[in-house]
Design a protein around this ligand. Sequence first.
Ligand code: FES
Ligand SMILES: [Fe+2]
Length: 376
Amino acid sequence: MSSDQSATKSFAAVEKVEFPRTNVGKGPVKEAKFLRNTWYVAMFSSDLDEGQLMHRTILNEPILFFRKEDGSVAAIIDRCSHRFAPLSMGKLLPGDRVQCIYHGLEFGADGHCVKNPHGNCSIPNAAHLKSFPVVERHTLVWIWMGDKPADPDKIPDYSCLDDRPELHVTRPGYLNVAANYELVVDNLLDLSHINYVHAGILGNADTVAADVVVEQDGDTVTVSRNCQNAESPGILQMMSPEGFERGDQWNSISWYAPSNLILEFGVSKVGEPKEKGTGYYAIHLLTPETDRTTHYNYTAARWNVLTGDEQNRRIRNNIYEMRTFAFADQDVPVIEAQQIVMDQAGDSVKPVLLSVDVGPARYQRVLDRLMKDEGQ
Ligand code: FES
Ligand SMILES: [Fe+2]
């Protein structure tokens, strides 16, 4: 059996988790808080076409995105100042102006109301809308939601997505998760769940015994779990040539405050250095939509690709399918069920922390400090 086929076999063998949703919303629901003076991923650059008006709710605020005539992205509140019709239902006019669908007010890319077609055509000050700084970098559209000056140097480093051959990067994935974003970060920074929730695909019995190491560099928290001479999980076997069925595994995930992560996952032959191995960067971009929903954008970029292009085409698709299955059918059902149960309990329960929680506990400390610095 080829490594492609064996990966697909274990992929299909994992069962989906189900949880009844009959108790949704019956418990005391806590209000969420969000860090504002930071960069969030709004979408992949490829999600926003020229001429398109796109709505996305971010941190509970409705935002309209569109491309200006020079190709750069504008973001303004998606709520007309007159009677609150969403501007994303309107029309994009020449000169980077958006016309409201309801009574025709027009707004510029900076949110200023530039035309009132009614009465004496005067424009009240209150008609102007808020706009948000946006930067396109690493194939992503980043938005700054705070009031302090936006600093593009603070955009996390996803240069592994820049100038990659098309066959080495998976197509963009998106899930809308019905849970607060912190539960998704908890999940990603806890590498121990991989061996249970994703047994066969992303982990196995060999990887459960490996020690967890947590490091912090400034506000970046990295959790690693490397292991030697271990059976390679399905996804690594699938993207490697023959001879990598067992090997030394490299598995480390970094969290950039407040909600973007990058996992480096790979395998080298036993005793050989990492540079001779192969693997991928798994990219997880979380953006709070509301207190209880999260935009989850993801992709993956392979490093040190050791397979040929014909195989890479299949591998590219397989990585996307396996990861989408792992998130949508394995992680997300657990996370959404956690949110339901937590909302039922409110403040009456506290989690029992285990050694595997050292990563999530560390990022939570950093996040709490950053929130405090913002006066939250
Ligand atoms: S609601 Fe937009 S112009 Fe009236
Ligand atoms: Fe997971």
